[in-house]
Design a protein around this ligand. Structure first.
Ligand code: ZN
Length: 342
């Protein structure tokens, strides 16, 4: 539902028109290290993939990889010897990338759970990878995503390689929180801010992914215009009417309405509701909900306080002490905020 949950398991494809356009722009420039930045749901990962495919392709064009050569095929089946993918293990597994033998056997033997960070061990393998000779003779590529999931030790190991890059390695880092990266890493990369697709591009793309014509605009609005997040919402199995009904249900304090939501989903949805209440309080248009679906105005000071509590909740929501209790307390907090008069 948000960038903090597993949005990476639902992604836009490299052939989406706004991804193709950006691939073309980036390929026309020189650079051995790129940093893709911007909010979740716009396609950082597919754009990064399109770039490494083009770099390693046997017959690339200005528009990208050919899609049919041995290199493209090796990437499709996740066995390219000249591509190193650095991701948290949870994302590797969700996106079908193999883990190192050691990591996989530790997880199989239940010695530990898949890591949500980019592990130092994986970074050490990547540094070794950079020093090896290219197997297919077209150079090598390292893809890091989401780059903000490197801890300081891991980031410093990458920095050394970025500072003294072995001749034939190119890097692409993609981040949904580039401000969290070491400034020294940011300064070693060429930055690219992800461009937002137009509403028409998003709606066309969503319909191509099988989202109904009436559903697409609702989920796109609920996702704040981010296509991959909209697809994830559409695939959540909820009725689009449940989104429209959410604000009033929260004003009435109805826990039943959100009983099957995870606390993380609810916090994200309430942050959107709080955002829209603040927007309408200052006479700006709401971003995520239709104006008619929102409760009547409440004081800005109340909303500001609610917004702060939601930010605090967002920090701990991945590990709630008791999910049911957390839902109840979030709903009661929402009801209080939305019924406040002064
Ligand atoms: Zn190719």
């Amino acid at each position: 539902m948000s960038g903090t949950t597993d949005a990476s398991s639902v992604e836009v494809s490299t052939s989406a028109p706004w991804i193709e356009a950006q691939t073309h722009v980036l390929l026309a420039q020189r650079g051995h290290a790129w940093l893709l930045q911007g909010p979740s749901g716009l396609g950082q990962y597919p754009l990064a993939m399109a770039m490494v495919r083009a770099w390693l392709c046997d017959e690339p064009s200005m528009h990208g990889a050919c899609g049919t050569c041995g290199s493209c095929h090796a990437i499709d089946v996740r066995t390219h010897a000249d591509l190193c993918v650095l991701m948290p293990e949870t994302d590797m597994l969700a996106l079908g990338w193999p883990l190192s033998e050691k990591a996989q056997s530790d997880i199989d033997d239940k010695k530990r759970k898949p890591s949500k960070e980019i592990r130092v061990e994986a970074m050490r393998d990547a540094v070794e990878f950079c020093q090896r000779t290219s197997a297919r003779g077209r150079g090598k590529a390292v893809l890091v995503y989401p780059a903000e999931r490197m801890n300081t030790v891991t980031a410093n190991a990458l920095l050394k390689t970025l500072e003294e890059p072995p001749g034939d390695v190119k890097f692409i880092l993609a981040s949904e929180a580039a401000h969290q990266l070491l400034p020294t890493i940011r300064s070693r990369c060429l930055g690219h801010s992800m461009s937002w697709p137009t509403e028409v591009q998003c709606l066309t793309w969503l319909r191509e992914q099988g989202v109904g014509q009436a559903d697409a605009p609702v989920w796109l609005k609920a996702a704040g215009g981010r296509p991959a997040d909209a697809l994830a919402l559409a695939q959540s199995g909820r009725e689009r009417s449940s989104w429209a009904a959410l604000p009033m249900a929260m004003a009435r304090g109805e826990v039943a309405t959100v009983q099957d939501w995870s606390p993380a989903e609810l916090v994200t949805a309430l942050q959107k509701l709080c955002h829209d209440m603040l927007a309408t309080a200052v006479l700006a248009p709401p971003r995520f909900f239709n104006p008619a679906d929102l409760p009547r105005a409440v004081p800005v000071a109340t909303l500001a306080q609610w917004s702060k509590s939601l930010r605090d909740s967002a920090r701990t929501v991945e590990h709630p002490f008791n999910a049911g209790l957390m839902l109840e307390s979030l709903v009661s907090q929402a009801r209080n905020a939305l019924n406040s008069n002064r």
